[in-house]
Write a protein that binds this ligand. Structure first.
Ligand SMILES: C[S@@+](CC[C@H](N)C(=O)[O-])C[C@H]1O[C@@H](n2cnc3c(N)ncnc32)[C@H](O)[C@@H]1O
Length: 211
């Protein structure tokens, strides 16, 4: 097994234990960008495409939820978005994101817990590669909905496994409650086509609008 395969196996083995997951990402941070690029990481490009469709104004205030080392922030910044904040569990990942200069502010915060942002603070929320088993729980959608302004969009990659394990039900609940509406959905794709078979998870980008 290569180091890259071991890091990926490790983050899924953490199985929702936030301390173990944080340690794994702290340990991977330095090699993360080159590893993901070698494996043909697709999520950031998919999100950028759907941001262009639903939140095209580059002045939109955007939260990158689970920003990691900032791969998505870099992409959005090249497209002109310059008011992007990022949150993540891992200080190691946040440190690399900070070195890229594309975020307005970065904070260590946990998706699934209460977020330290005012209600309706963001015009868009993006999340790439975070809504997958053992990572952010589906309950995080409640807080993300609270901090998204009415009419704003969430553009989220959600793996099929995470959708079945809870995201599908959480989205349906928030739609029924009149909090969100379904605005768009990509076709299925593999987020990390070069990864070992067990980690080649199918995903979709879901676009949800705050009512
Ligand atoms: C696969 S990486 C994706 C990073 C980045 N979004 C990207 O596309 O490269 C998953 C990230 O989610 C973060 N993460 C996982 N669970 C989290 C949670 N509950 N709250 C905040 N961040 C979380 C990890 O620390 C890691 O940086």
């Amino acid at each position: 097994m290569t180091d890259t395969e071991a890091h990926l196996k490790d983050v899924y083995a953490a199985a929702g234990d936030a301390s173990a997951l944080t340690r794994s990402y702290d340990g991977w941070a330095g090699d993360y960008d080159s590893d993901m690029s070698r494996w043909g990481y697709r999520h950031p490009a998919m999100i950028a495409g759907l941001m262009g469709r639903h939140a095209p104004d580059p002045a939109t205030v955007v939260l990158d939820a689970g920003c990691g080392t900032g791969v998505l922030g870099e992409t959005l910044s090249v497209l002109g978005y310059d008011r992007i904040d990022g949150i993540d569990l891992s200080e190691g990942m946040l440190e690399i994101a900070g070195s890229k200069g594309c975020y307005r502010a970065l904070k260590q915060q946990m998706l699934g817990a209460e977020l330290e942002f005012a209600t309706a603070s963001y015009g868009a929320i993006v999340s790439s590669g975070v809504m997958t088993p053992g990572h952010a729980p589906a309950s995080c959608l409640d807080e993300l909905s609270r901090i998204l302004r009415p009419g704003g969009h969430m553009v989220l990659t959600i793996t099929e496994a995470a959708h079945e394990e809870g995201y599908g039900a959480a989205i349906a609940r928030l739609i029924t409650a009149g909090v969100l509406s379904a605005a768009d959905e990509s076709r299925k794709y593999v987020g990390l086509p070069g990864a070992p078979a067990a980690e080649r998870l199918l995903a979709r980008v879901h676009v949800l609008r705050r009512v």
